[in-house]
Design a binder for this molecule. Structure first.
Ligand SMILES: [Zn+2]
Length: 167
């Protein structure tokens, strides 16, 4: 897509449409929409956890990710994450059941001492394939998605108390 065609399509409107092949216009509009969405993604202060995993909307759209509640919680920072529920006023306790730190996504992935075996397995597999630890959240999804998803899936019921509201 060259810049001139793009500029012409956007600035001059329908007048130039007959000079540009239809596919080009469709592509331009699609790119334009994606850029606007991308801008909103950058501007919004919401979804900071998700942004750590997916640096751009384009990236998010091209990633195939299994959907299950624990993974959704970890990728979004919403759901049964106590620091989030605390901000909402749903719980008055934002600490992880390990009682060492606030219950956040980063804490669960990188630090929580209640999840050493699952984490060690993820670290081992990541390092075996040439990765470093700790890995950035975006790197986990980009390069080690399968290990990361396995980590989240391997959380057993007792560990999942980590993800639920203390009553
Ligand atoms: Zn913990």
């Amino acid at each position: 897509m060259d810049k001139f065609a793009k500029g012409a399509a956007v600035e001059d409107g329908p007048v130039v449409y007959d000079k540009i092949p239809k596919e080009v216009i469709v592509t331009t509009e699609k790119d334009h929409g994606l850029q606007m969405w991308e801008q909103q993604w950058m501007d919004t202060r919401k979804g900071t956890v998700t942004k750590a995993f997916f640096l751009s909307v384009k990236k998010r759209l091209t990633e195939k990710i299994p959907i299950f509640p624990e993974l959704t919680s970890l990728l979004s920072g919403y759901g049964n994450i106590k620091s989030y529920l605390y901000r909402l006023g749903v719980t008055d306790n934002r600490m992880c059941p390990c009682e060492e730190e606030e219950h956040t996504v980063d804490h669960l992935i990188f630090k929580c001492k209640k999840l050493p075996n699952q984490r060690n397995e993820m670290i081992r597999q990541t390092k075996n394939t040439g990765g470093n630890w700790p890995a950035k959240s975006e790197t986990l999804i980009n390069n080690y998605k399968n290990y990361f998803v396995k980590f989240v899936k391997s959380l057993e019921l007792s560990d999942l108390k980590c993800l639920s509201i203390k009553t």
